[in-house]
Design a protein around this ligand. Structure first.
Ligand SMILES: C[S@@+](CC[C@H](N)C(=O)[O-])C[C@H]1O[C@@H](n2cnc3c(N)ncnc32)[C@H](O)[C@@H]1O
Length: 286
């Protein structure tokens, strides 16, 4: 054993005691990030190279600060995004909905499909689409000025790392309910991970104390922003255009009805996330 592996074992026990869901992974990720090595090479860090700031970072995680705020990095599909307090940390479940959108766009018989990402946060969905569907033009809308600054930064960093995305993602500051009016009836696909947690519902400390409130709360039934997304998608989409909206695991039926045929939509479907929970609804404009 090395000193670092011993410290990781102690840190793992402390994080488990604090209620952290994946204590070993988090301790290893912090150690690898701080020591500048891949996780698989932690055992090669010499004892003399142990950085005692490890324990400052473990204390932050023990206080339930999100791992991504400590390292400043969130991984989303093939992207590395900068995140800090003030912007929502992108989640793995959103990768599944984004994958659906990417598949639809790749199959679409449109030279340069136009996409709107409503409530872009860090820019995760918009940037993944631009990276994986190089011919797409993506409009990312964000109302929160602090979050928009992180989106702007990630758009620039992704353009530098993946030049084919440069100029393909446009950021629009403002409320998506009134945004992009010049694109009314012209958008091929609308995607959104809106705030959908019912007001007052219990959330873990990593969420309640660190994700911005504007990214979380969706009114008494959690559906306020989902309904606004449906109205905006109906305005923006061309005939035959597609929409995908993420929701909470208990909201599959409620969101399905927002996009039901009786509300003017077609081909409405519920989709599950990787854990098999109801996670997003898709529909088409007639
Ligand atoms: C759950 S976060 C999702 C962020 C990002 N799309 C993701 O999946 O990681 C919701 C985002 O929508 C933004 N938002 C909420 N209501 C909005 C509105 N009416 N107009 C524009 N953005 C909004 C929030 O500020 C937040 O950044």
């Amino acid at each position: 054993m090395s000193l670092l592996l011993d410290e990781i074992a102690i840190a793992t026990a402390r994080l488990a005691q604090a209620g952290v869901e994946s204590p070993r992974t988090d301790a290893e990720v912090i150690a690898a990030w701080l020591h500048g090595v891949p996780r698989g090479e932690l055992h090669l860090v010499p004892d003399a190279g142990f950085d005692p700031r490890f324990w400052d970072d473990i204390a932050r995680r023990e206080a339930r600060e999100p791992l991504q705020h400590i390292t400043g990095v969130a991984y989303f599909r093939y992207l590395e995004l900068a995140v800090r307090p003030g912007v929502f940390v992108p989640r793995p479940e959103t990768e599944v909905m984004t994958g659906w959108a990417i598949e639809q766009l790749a199959a679409m018989d449109v030279a340069e499909p136009v996409v709107a990402d409503l409530g872009t946060g860090s820019g995760a969905i918009a940037l993944a689409i631009a990276q994986e569907v190089p011919r797409a033009r993506v409009h990312a809308v964000e109302a929160d000025p602090l979050a928009a600054r992180w989106a702007e930064r990630n758009i620039a960093a992704t353009a530098a790392a993946a030049p084919h995305t440069a100029g393909r993602v446009s950021l629009h500051a403002g409320d998506f309910a009134t945004a992009l009016t010049d694109l009314n009836g012209q958008v091929d696909l609308v995607v959104s991970n809106p705030p959908y947690i019912p007001d007052g519902a219990w959330v873990p400390p990593e969420v309640g104390e660190y994700d911005p409130a504007t990214a979380l709360w969706g009114g008494p039934d959690g559906m306020h922003a989902v309904r606004a997304v449906a109205a905006t998608a109906a305005r923006l989409l061309r005939p035959g255009g597609l929409v995908a909206v993420e929701h909470g695991a208990q909201q599959g039926a409620a969101v399905y009805w927002v996009f039901a045929e009786s509300s003017g939509w077609r081909s409405t479907r519920n989709h599950a996330d990787l854990a098999g929970r109801d996670r997003f609804v898709t529909a088409a404009r007639p």
